[in-house]
Design a protein around this ligand. Structure first.
Ligand code: FAD
Length: 454
């Protein structure tokens, strides 16, 4: 077993861990980053699939994400806008395809009024929520005891309005059914993006992409850290001394033993309990980590010889709470003559299609995409479905959230260090929650936390 000594060992070479490592090293600390996978980046992953460059994980940057934007600037990475000229498509319950512009879907006037009213109510509630401490809201417990679906039912009896508003948080963000998470969890999701209106505004939330892919952020950070970053090193055991933070930690993989003053667990919180702790973590952590789970979504890419939908005057942006693919966008790469569509199949719909053969699943998904863009969409030259649920070191997509009641009960303790053990991840962020921006914010904060104690 190789022995390494350093000030801080970071477990996980995603955006969060690498940001923490970069900041700690800049402050003069010696760091080692241990990454289980053979690649850098965690949920940021750009790959070549049959000759097409596809972003299989996170990719979009929105204008409020200043921590991410600063990092892109520091690393010299250029961005470009998502294509959005022309009309959007909405598919109604009866299958009718309707074209529209702006954010409000072409629904009957009564439904439109209900949707606008719900957005106003949610904006007002979200304005009362501090994304860094949603549990501090005076009605936090009450809002955490009711599912988002039930809460919507107390506001309107218009099914189409409920489905559409539900979709923005459920299928599109937390990637869990609206009955499976609380109203408080929904408000945190919206507060983390500034407002509910921001989440509804695809031009805001899905604004820009990075030329060459967002995985370059962790790749370039890792490159600067050089041989301090070790891939293929799954951390199995952490030895620590409770109540004696100065005693430090020993972090053990199959081939390396790192002795350090602090460890940062920069992984999705659902993976914290996969590591053995000697002695075990305190009861609060044992309990809390059982109340978090990953959402689940399939990100589907379909590449065509040309972006044919643009010739029909379509932006590529498409939504329907009644479709298997509940949202889709033009995802054509910068300076690429080919056209790429990206679509999402979320939570229970994803379970459903994963019970089919690969051939049937592809046929069902392309059929749904063709409802938006016409029969030409049925025959892509490259087709790819992400499968984050099968990835041992992620186990779902996009990110982790608390179950009903968990946010008010445990949220305040999620990032609290335990002796020399610190926690960092996008799934623990306030602003930028479940996004790369949040991963970077928490990475910076955990570095400050350590620098403040040593
Ligand atoms: P991770 O990236 O999950 O990094 C954790 C790392 O820890 C991983 O590399 C993992 O391999 C490693 N690890 C785990 N266990 C161990 C262990 N025991 N030992 C050693 N290493 C270990 N965000 C956006 O901002 N915009 C988007 O458009 C967007 N779209 C997304 C689309 C998809 C399909 C997915 C999956 C995510 C998307 N996200 C998006 C979310 C974003 O990718 C994540 O929030 C962010 O990348 C998380 O970074 P992280 O460092 O906190 O965690």
């Amino acid at each position: 077993m190789e022995r390494i000594d350093c000030d801080v060992v970071i477990v996980g070479a995603g955006a969060s861990g690498l940001t923490a490592a970069t900041k700690l090293r800049a402050a003069g600390k010696s760091v080692v980053v241990l990454e289980a996978r053979d690649r850098i980046g965690g949920r940021l992953w750009t790959d070549d699939i049959d000759g097409a460059m596809l972003e299989i994980g996170g990719q979009w940057v929105s204008p409020d994400q200043d921590a991410l934007i600063e990092t892109l600037e520091e690393l010299g990475l250029a961005t470009y806008e998502r294509y959005r000229e022309g009309e959007n498509v909405y598919i109604a319950e009866n299958g009718e395809r309707r074209l529209f512009e702006g954010d409000i879907f072409p629904v009957p006037a009564k439904t439109e009024g209900e949707i606008v009213g719900l957005i106003e109510k949610l904006d007002a509630l979200v304005a009362e929520i501090d994304p860094d401490a949603p549990w501090a809201h005076p009605r936090a417990k009450e809002l955490d005891e009711v599912s988002f679906a039930e809460w919507l039912g107390t506001q309107t009896d218009d099914e189409e309005a409920k489905l559409n508003i539900g979709m923005f948080i459920a299928g599109a963000m937390l990637t869990k059914p609206a009955h499976a998470f609380s109203a408080l969890q929904a408000l945190l999701m919206a507060a983390s993006a500034g407002s509910f209106s921001n989440l509804v505004d695809a031009d805001f939330i899905l604004d820009k992409r990075v030329v060459g892919g967002l995985q370059q952020v962790p790749l370039l950070l890792a490159e600067r850290l050089g041989d301090a970053v070790r891939t293929g090193q799954a951390v199995r055991t952490i030895r620590w001394t409770p109540d004696a933070p100065d005693a430090g930690v020993v972090v053990v993989t199959d081939s390396v033993e790192v002795h350090a003053k602090h460890v940062v667990l920069a992984l999705p919180p659902i993976l914290i309990s996969r590591i053995s702790y000697e002695p075990p973590l305190p009861r609060r952590q044992h309990q809390m980590h059982q109340h978090l789970s990953m959402g689940f979504v399939i990100k589907v890419h379909a590449v065509y010889e040309t972006p044919f939908w643009r010739e029909q005057g379509l932006s590529g942006t498409a939504f329907s709470p009644y479709e298997l693919v509940h949202e889709a966008y033009d995802n054509t790469n910068h300076d690429d003559p080919r056209g790429t569509l990206v679509g999402f199949v979320s939570d229970e719909e994803a379970d459903g299609v994963f019970s089919l053969s690969a051939e049937e699943r592809k046929a069902r998904i392309l059929e749904s995409i063709s409802h938006y863009y016409g029969p030409e969409a049925l025959n892509p030259v490259v087709y790819y479905e992400s499968d984050w649920g099968s990835e041992e070191w992620t186990r779902g997509a996009y990110a982790a959230s608390f179950d009903m009641g968990g946010l008010a009960r445990y949220g305040a303790d999620l990032r609290a260090p335990v002796g020399p053990i610190h926690f960092s991840c996008s799934d623990m962020a306030g602003k930028g929650y479940q996004h790369v921006d949040g991963a970077i914010r928490v990475g910076r904060e955990v570095a400050d936390e350590i620098l403040g104690t040593s």
